[in-house]
Design a protein. Structure first.
Length: 129
């Protein structure tokens, strides 16, 4: 069973999107199989096995998620973040402005899928191993 403290310890090592693959592998080692992050307040629901589920606390004041999705701008912001050009809070604000409601990371499939407020898939990426 993993704990929020263990997950937070690993997350503290992430300084930009460039650190994301290492973070993902650390979570897999802890036993996390998938998680979803909610952009409006930054909390994350972590899941492992069939019954393990824990949630983190909100990370920041609530953001307003744009009603319509600007997928093109989101992809630009995501690429900038992944190259280390923005920190996590900036990326979350940009995601909200672009209409991204949440993302789900599947650690078994090694994918990250971003969704708009209507539940539509905006983008699915493979996570480098």
């Amino acid at each position: 069973m993993f704990t929020i403290d263990q997950i937070q310890k690993e997350h503290q090592k992430v300084k930009s999107g460039a650190d994301f693959p290492v973070y993902i592998n650390s979570l897999k080692t802890l036993g996390v199989s998938w998680y979803q992050t909610w952009v409006f307040d930054g909390h994350t629901d972590f899941n492992g096995g069939s019954t393990e589920r824990i949630s983190s606390k909100s990370k920041y004041a609530n953001l307003t998620i744009a009603e319509s999705c600007n997928a093109a701008q989101f992809e630009i912001d995501l690429q900038t973040h992944q190259k280390g050009g923005t920190d996590y809070p900036t990326f979350c604000r940009q995601s909200a402005d672009a209409g991204i409601e949440k993302w789900i990371v599947d650690l078994n499939a090694m994918t990250c899928t971003y969704f708009d407020k209507k539940g539509n898939t905006v983008l699915t990426e493979n996570i480098p191993g």
